[in-house]
Design a protein around this ligand. Structure first.
Ligand SMILES: Nc1ncnc2c1ncn2[C@@H]1O[C@H](COP(=O)(O)OP(=O)(O)OP(=O)(O)O)[C@@H](O)[C@H]1O
Ligand SMILES: [Mg+2]
Length: 643
């Protein structure tokens, strides 16, 4: 033995003590002597002894009393009783009470030494066992993961605190339960397969996920790995598992996939938008030509003409196509917006009557508008379009009647909110909430509603463009629109538009509708598309105007230089190769300060919108336009200052 073995000799006979001490020292032990029971206990407190040689007869207390104290306080310490023949019975009793052994006096020294050595070995084993048990305990209790041991029948044998608190059970309650009681039915087969296919054949399982049912009935998602326990003969005796609570991770994953879903949806709408926008833009130009010439021919034709009706139908179909194209343009955010700072409450109030008429008498309209104005920079007619689309949808969702509520408010969208919604920039927003008490929709439908042509309505009832258009309009206003709905529980649409920092616009002075659409002013027409140019020229000439025509900005400037008479109006396309319509108008205004400018455009590229061409007080007419609309607009612009 390399470690010192401390032996306490307890005997009231000094001679014997001395002799034993000497012999033990010689044999490499570390002996300490005590003459009384009290002394012995004092020594035991001072240091840990492996072995105590204890005389049963002591002066101050009985050896049995000392033994029981030692058993109680120092259970690893081994006691060897020294006894004479007369007290052999008590010695045997003492062994029954936990003494290691007894040796008869007078002692056979070799036998005594052997007994001491064996006792010391036992002490050492007990000690190391206790130490490893203690460190196992510490490990067990300090584990942040849960730990559980079951037998092959699934009875719970052992677990740590994490396991019981994770499941919300007291230890006594867990003892009455089996592993299957903790496992929801739908997971039992999977886990049984895990045991049969992995744990028993390989000794352990891969890391797998499952759920437990907590005491309160709630579900706990966990991740675990299970190991097999075997008897010494190799028979499986049970299993143990390390279990990790993954509810937070699951929550994060759910959040992430929700965000991803939203992002994918936004990207999908974006790309459909680009496609639709591209097609719609070309259609727009074609339709302008079709409708323009159609209208011109109709004007020249007698109503009795055999082809008149056919022509009218062609134009009617063209108008319908134009409406669809407009909606697609709105969806793809290619509309030219007429931005003004407006109070959203005024927009809603101003539109109340029309909404009432659309939704009918069975539906109650509630407006909840705060007293303070809520300014946003917006194109009023476009916002009205959105409100109308939402109101019509709400009406369709409430065939038996119900309530449509439009509520406006000021909201702060903080970082936390923005983190949950892709594309949202934190800040102050105006919220418009449009809710109905209608049929609602399921999650899958709600995921598709902003896509163009998605409709659940009968063929002639809906085209599926209402919400797509609204989405595009709101996005073009740098806002967001969300739908929240559940089947049978109604639907709420929330729109967020950035709060305008500018003060409310005074609004354009309303120009009276001109009655006479003819004029004799001179108009400079700049348009790069040949057919559009020709058509526009014809329309203007018919109204009596003198029309100067240019194909691009440079030509227009040259033409102006050479033209001697006055020019009253410049009618120019916005997007043209070379010089843009905006640049051209700036250059012309330098030369002729009081010239009027009217822009025409099929769409606004972002560049134009961002450069602020379309702001307060800018005149424009969206392409395609009916001849009549152009005539009216031109007249209005020319007469504006005359008021
Ligand atoms: N308030 C609502 N309640 C229940 N479902 C709705 C609501 N609003 C929209 N939806 C669903 O979303 C779909 C798409 O709406 P959207 O306005 O884009 O097209 P639509 O109303 O079907 O046709 P369109 O508006 O072009 O006439 C609807 O067909 C309907 O299924
Ligand atoms: Mg609709």
């Amino acid at each position: 033995m390399n470690e010192l073995v401390w032996v306490l000799i307890v005997d009231d006979e000094p001679m014997l003590r001395q002799t034993l001490e000497d012999i033990l020292k010689k044999r490499g032990f570390a002996p300490v002597s005590a003459g009384t029971g009290r002394q012995a206990l004092e020594e035991l407190v001072r240091r840990e002894f492996s072995v105590v040689l204890l005389d049963l007869r002591l002066d101050d207390m009985s050896g049995m009393a000392v033994l029981s104290r030692i058993r109680e306080r120092w259970p690893d310490t081994q006691c060897i009783l020294l006894t004479g023949h007369a007290s052999q019975d008590s010695a045997i009793e003492a062994v029954n009470l936990g003494a290691y052994s007894y040796v008869m006096k007078p002692c056979d020294m070799e036998q005594l030494l052997l007994t001491i050595r064996r006792a010391a070995e036992k002490w050492q084993m007990a000690g190391s066992l206790r130490r490893s048990e203690a460190s196992y305990r510490r490990l067990h209790d300090s584990m942040t993961d849960a730990f559980v041991v079951v037998d092959m029948e699934g009875r719970l044998l052992e677990w740590n605190k994490v396991f019981s608190s994770m499941l919300g059970y007291m230890d006594e309650e867990l003892r009455q339960l089996s592993y299957m009681d903790l496992t929801p039915v739908e997971w039992r087969d999977m886990e049984k397969r895990m045991v049969e296919e992995q744990i028993i054949p390989h000794g352990y399982s891969e890391v797998y996920e499952k759920q437990y049912r907590r005491k309160d009935g709630s579900i706990l998602p966990v991740e675990l790995r299970t190991y097999l326990l075997r008897e010494s003969n190799g028979q499986p005796s049970g299993m143990w598992a390390i279990v990790r609570d993954i509810s937070q991770r699951k929550k994060d994953e759910g959040e992430k996939s929700r965000l991803e879903e939203q992002l994918i949806q936004a990207q999908k709408l974006e790309s459909i938008g680009r496609l639709a926008g591209g097609v719609a833009h070309d259609f727009n130009n074609l339709l302008t030509v079709i409708l323009g010439y159609g209208e011109l021919v109709m004007q020249d034709m007698h109503k009795e003409h055999p082809s008149y009706e056919s022509l009218r139908l062609i134009c009617q179909a063209g108008l319908r196509a134009r409406d669809l194209t407009r909606q697609l343009l709105a969806f793809s955010r290619k509309q030219l917006l007429e931005m003004q700072v407006v109070d959203i409450n005024m927009v809603v109030k101003g539109f109340e009557k029309l909404i009432c008429r659309v939704i009918g008498e069975d539906i109650d309209l509630q407006l909840v508008l705060p007293a303070q104005p809520l300014p946003v920079k917006a194109d009023t007619s476009q916002l009205e379009q959105v409100l109308m689309n939402l109101a019509v949808n709400a009406r369709d969702a409430m065939p038996e009647g119900g309530t449509l509520t439009i509520e406006t408010s000021l909201v702060d969208l903080d970082e936390q909110y923005a983190a949950q919604k892709p594309g949202v920039i934190p800040g102050r927003y105006i919220q418009i909430a449009v809710s109905d008490t209608g049929c609602g929709m399921d999650h899958e439908t709600a995921g598709l509603i902003f896509e163009p042509f998605f409709t659940t309505k009968a063929k002639d009832k809906g085209t599926g463009l209402g919400l797509a258009t609204s989405y595009g309009i709101i996005k073009q206003h740098n806002g967001n629109i969300w739908a929240y709905s559940e089947p049978g529980r109604g639907t709420i649409f929330k729109i967020h538009l950035p709060l305008a920092r500018e003060s409310l616009s005074k609004g354009k002075s309303v120009t009276a509708e001109p009655t006479d659409l003819h004029g004799n002013e001179t108009i400079l027409l700049v348009e790069d598309d040949l057919q559009m140019r020709k058509l526009t020229q014809i329309i203007l000439k018919r109204q009596g105007y003198t029309v100067l025509v240019a194909e691009n900005g440079q030509d227009a400037l040259t033409l102006l230089d050479n033209f001697k008479g006055p020019v009253h109006l410049v009618l120019t396309d916005v997007v043209m190769p070379g010089m843009s319509g905006k640049e051209l108008s700036d250059r012309i205004c330098e030369r002729i300060p009081d010239v009027k400018v009217l822009f025409m455009s099929g769409y606004s590229g972002n560049v134009i919108a961002h450069r602020g061409v379309i702001g307060d007080g800018v005149n424009f007419i969206p392409k395609p336009f009916p001849a009549q609309a152009l005539a009216i607009k031109v007249r209005k612009v020319l007469e504006e200052d005359a008021l």
